[in-house]
Design a protein around this ligand. Structure first.
Ligand code: HEC
Ligand code: HEC
Length: 440
């Protein structure tokens, strides 16, 4: 090929790439609010009334006008730098308030490092984000608007000026807050709308309320395994007053251990954090740099938090696929295979991760049980997704390691990197040796 035609080919590739980029964006307009975007009544079986009294902050009471304003903002792509990305792009009500992508796409078709969790029941989270870096829904909402690869606005003042130039918002902010648009009021309104997204009333909730027919036989077996041999309950806690299926803690269960450079990234993060970076900068590290994988460590700087992420609640999983903080597992069966072999070995692995020895039937029962945690409005699409994943699970199981799951590898067995948490030479080279945190 001549130099000239080589240049022409390169140019053509670049131009086609740019057009495709535009097209990808253009084909994904911000979702319009449909029936599933409506505020939900708290009158649902299993709704934790006592807990709810604690989660509405006294300085941001719920009012219908504020909810309506928050909803308008949640669906408004004008909150982004190029008017393409609304909160609802990544938290689409018709997809269980997620985007059903492994990791999310923001402005300029840029992908981040993390999977978008659902907004459903997010008012009950003790902390927000996979690493808990923001305590409340109000604080959380400050970040995506200003994150360069999510909504990309340069600063708060630009957002406020943009809203203040839109007549509907001039009026609605005045009606709700008695003053012109302002960033604090904006995040308050969005949080109030999110608090209306309550999702209980699942077969499991009805079963716990005394309806023996609420669960099928395989789901009842799954619930027993969830509490027993599967040890899920030890982290995904449930009780009638806090029925969220989480302990609200952070654990390294080995999700990012596949490609981890835990220690070099932790050292890099420590050096940056020592310069005293603010929450917006931590948000950027978490969303768009490889330091994302150190997880909770970005917030606490505790070595035991390296690679630790928040225990996610387990409701409505069959509308919020794929799974884990990096969206690395396509099906529920893949997540179960991950747990069955004791997670992925690394020195920071949580002590609660052990090989489970679950049979195929037991994994199927657990999956059936997890379907029973689906709220009524999402049940039809969840059943379809369950069937789709079930089919895949009959043929494709990338995480399955039966020898490991049954504990047959032994301390010196094949493929065994070392006892839990121990460092072999191979792991040291992978950047997993905690001693290197202090330098080498
Ligand atoms: C480009 C996609 C994208 C956009 C736009 C976006 N989010 Fe998110 N959202 C995410 C991702 C990814 C996470 C997880 C990030 C993390 O944990 O580090 C997240 C986390 C959250 C959480 C925390 C949920 C939990 O369980 O921890 C809430 C609440 C939330 N977003 C609300 C919003 C609101 C409100 C807006 C608009 C102001 C918004 N998001 C815009 C992708 C997006
Ligand atoms: C040691 C604590 C611990 C145990 C035990 C545990 N989990 Fe988890 N679970 C977590 C944490 C932490 C996450 C988030 C991890 C991440 O993404 O890095 C999680 C995430 C998940 C997810 C993905 C949720 C989502 O929205 O992406 C599923 C599904 C899940 N767990 C199911 C189970 C089941 C079923 C069991 C029992 C077989 C179980 N877990 C046992 C801590 C635990």
């Amino acid at each position: 090929m001549s130099a000239k035609s080589f240049v022409a080919v390169i140019l053509a590739v670049v131009v086609v790439g740019m057009v495709a980029d535009r097209f990808a964006r253009a084909t994904m307009p911000a979702p319009k609010p449909g029936a599933l975007a409506e505020p939900q009544s708290p009158n649902q079986v299993g709704f934790p009334e006592q807990l709810n009294k604690f989660v509405v902050p006294p300085d941001n009471p719920q009012t219908p006008a504020k909810v309506a304003l928050g909803k308008a903002l949640f669906f408004d792509p004008r909150l982004s730098v190029d008017n393409t990305v609304a909160c609802a792009n990544c938290h689409d009500p018709d997809k269980g308030f997620t985007d059903q992508l492994p990791t999310s796409m923001g402005v300029h078709a840029k992908f981040g490092q993390r999977n978008a969790p659902t907004i459903l029941n997010s008012n009950f989270n003790i902390e927000q984000f996979w690493d808990g870096r923001r305590p409340t829904l109000e604080d959380q909402a400050r970040d995506p608007i200003l994150n360069p690869i999510e909504m990309g606005m340069p600063d708060q003042q630009t957002v406020v000026n943009k809203l203040a130039a839109i007549p509907e918002y001039q009026k609605s902010f005045m009606d709700v807050f008695g003053r012109a648009p302002d960033y604090d009021d904006l995040v308050k309104a969005v949080a109030v709308y999110e608090r209306t997204q309550i999702a209980f009333d699942s077969p499991f909730d009805r079963f716990m309320a005394g309806d023996q027919k609420g669960l099928t036989a395989d789901q009842k077996r799954g619930w027993a395994i969830f509490n027993g041999q599967g040890r899920c309950m030890s982290c995904h806690g449930w009780n009638p007053t806090r029925p969220m299926f989480t302990d609200d803690r952070f654990h390294n269960i080995g999700v990012s251990a596949h490609n981890a450079q835990f220690v070099p990234h932790a050292r890099q993060a420590l050096a940056l954090l020592a310069q005293g970076v603010g929450p917006q900068e931590i948000d950027r590290l978490a969303i768009s740099t490889p330091m994302s994988e150190v997880g909770r460590f970005l917030v606490t700087k505790q070595p035991h938090d390296i690679g630790a992420f928040r225990t996610m609640g387990l409701r409505n999983l069959f509308v919020t696929q794929p799974y884990f903080h990096d969206g690395s597992q396509a099906t529920i069966w893949d997540t179960l295979d991950h747990y069955n072999k004791g997670g992925v070995q690394n020195p920071f692995l949580d002590g609660g991760m052990v090989v489970l020895g679950l049979s195929e039937q037991q994994e199927d029962d657990l999956a059936a049980f997890l379907l029973s945690l689906t709220s009524q409005p999402f049940m039809a699409q969840a059943k379809t997704e369950y069937q789709r994943q079930f089919k895949i699970s009959r043929t494709t199981r990338p995480q399955r390691d039966t020898t490991a799951a049954m504990g047959l590898n032994g301390r010196n067995g094949p493929g065994f990197a070392g006892p839990f948490g121990d460092i072999g030479p191979a792991q040291s080279a992978m950047g997993l040796n905690p001693a290197l945190l202090g330098g080498n």
